[in-house]
Design a protein around this ligand. Structure first.
Ligand SMILES: [Zn+2]
Length: 185
């Protein structure tokens, strides 16, 4: 059974690797999975580090637990000595719990497709959210957090400004979100 990263916590989950000085997060943009910077580090540094899932291979999710096909060719630039990005993410700082785990280790499929299936250990409500309105990623200090504007298997989110600007439904959800003081998931 999968362990969980502080399931009672509500904030975006950030983590670190000994090779990397920046704080990182796992994020989801529509069907895709990304490694993103957990904060804005300025200087126009893009928040997206790399897309993690193999394009064209289906992710699965039951709302709280997700699984996707990790692109074994994906690189972040932080890998050392022949290490892959997948290995880097499986060997995080010992003080941080793991963020993903190998699901099947199907090496035949890996060779055929260049992908390995992984389970996402970070709970869905603690993943970095991408705003469908302005295209920005939320940061660890986004308060309140981006809100759920479209539930379902491929949830959509809006930042506070976009939610108030152009969508009544999102505004209601935002109100409920603030009232309840917790994630809508
Ligand atoms: Zn926005």
């Amino acid at each position: 059974m999968l362990s969980s990263t502080s399931p009672r916590s509500k904030g975006l989950y950030e983590f670190q690797h000994p090779n990397v000085k920046l704080r990182l997060a796992l994020g989801r943009k529509r069907k895709s999975w990304y490694l993103v910077l957990a904060r804005n580090y300025g200087s126009g540094q893009p928040r997206e580090v790399v897309r993690l899932d193999k394009a064209g291979m289906r992710s699965s999710s039951d709302g709280s637990h997700s699984r996707f096909w990790f692109n074994t060719k994906a690189t972040s630039g932080w890998e050392r000595n022949g290490q892959s990005l997948l290995q880097l993410l499986l060997s995080l700082d010992p003080y941080d719990p793991p963020v993903i785990a190998l699901a099947s280790g199907d090496t035949v499929l890996e060779e055929k497709c260049g992908a390995l299936e992984v389970d996402v250990i970070v709970p869905a409500h603690r993943l970095a959210r991408w705003c469908e309105g302005c295209g920005y990623w939320e940061t660890v200090d986004s308060n309140p957090r981006w809100i759920l504007a479209r539930p379902g298997k491929m949830p959509g989110y809006l930042c506070g400004a976009c939610a108030e600007k152009d969508w009544f439904g999102a505004r209601v959800l935002r109100y409920l979100h603030i009232r309840r003081g917790r994630s809508m998931l």
